[in-house]
Design a protein around this ligand. Structure first.
Ligand code: PEP
Length: 271
């Protein structure tokens, strides 16, 4: 059977996250980092993947800046898939500086991150804008990686589950399926800080997201990948990825260096 690299498929070789029905994904978000010289890091990830045997039980994606996307897809290709970091809701037009999902697809992407907390904060993106961007991703056949997560103030006020449920309901298009959608839970206060929630905290939030997905999508909600993101490193990946309903990671800083990124991937590649 041919399996698309970004589609959830059986992953019976892993029991990480206690789930044997969803193939996990480790995705790297390079943010606004990376000049041409950084292509060597992508190549090193590719070489690492090429040298692993079929026991690898996760999909691997890199989301570089748009300037590197096309060349990276050509240079590193193979066992890695590629994603954009944002897209405009329109297909084309007078939107200086923006990029459409069609352009990302044309450059070699199979997915696009939407609603990252940095875009929600820096560009005032609301849930309804994020939903429109996810719909734009579907239009061109891209998987939408929809990011949700609470701020430190919301967590301290005991609002985490409420905030995450609201963001999910507001950002998830009615057309969402396990094939075209990935959810990334990224507590804002954990992004780039080196601080992570406890495994119990992650377990509670991912369980809530799973329940809400089932309410919103019916049976298909059980098959949607839910990634954890926020200061994932090789040293904490094993513990975080073992939490039930954690179906992989969205990795920022640690995805910039192949050694760190592959150290996280290797959690799913017992060799
Ligand atoms: C991110 O920005 O998506 C992220 C998870 O960043 P970091 O891993 O650096 O916390």
């Amino acid at each position: 059977m041919t399996v698309e690299t970004n589609a959830p498929t059986p992953a019976s070789a892993t029991s990480l996250g206690g789930d044997t029905t969803i193939r996990p994904m480790v995705a790297g978000n390079w943010k606004m980092n990376g000049l041409k010289a950084a292509l060597t890091e992508a190549k090193a990830v590719h070489d690492h993947m090429a040298s692993t045997d079929e026991s690898v039980v996760c999909d691997v994606m890199l989301c570089p800046p748009s300037t590197l996307l096309m060349v990276m897809a050509e240079v590193a290709g193979g066992k890695i898939s590629y994603g954009g970091q944002d897209c405009h809701v329109s297909e084309s037009g007078a939107h200086t500086g923006d990029i459409s999902s069609e352009m990302l697809k044309d450059a070699g992407a199979t997915a696009v991150i939407v609603g990252h907390s940095e875009r929600r904060a820096d560009h005032a993106e609301t849930d309804s804008i994020v939903k429109a961007k996810a719909t734009a991703a579907y239009r061109s056949g891209l998987t939408a990686i929809i990011c949700i997560g609470e701020t430190i103030g919301q967590r301290q006020a005991g609002l985490t589950l409420e905030v995450v449920a609201r963001q999910l309901a507001g950002s998830l298009p009615a057309e969402a399926t396990p094939q075209n959608t990935i959810i990334a839970y990224e507590p804002v206060w954990a992004i780039g800080t080196g601080i992570t929630p406890t495994a119990d905290d992650v377990r509670a939030v991912h369980a809530e997201i799973r329940t809400r997905l089932s309410t919103l999508m019916g049976e298909e909600g059980a098959l949607v990948r839910i990634l954890y993101g926020g200061s994932v490193k090789p040293s904490n990946a094993q513990e975080l990825m073992a939490v039930p309903n954690v179906n992989g990671a969205l990795v920022g800083g640690a995805s910039l260096k192949a050694k760190d990124f592959t150290g996280i991937i290797d959690v799913y590649s017992p060799r």
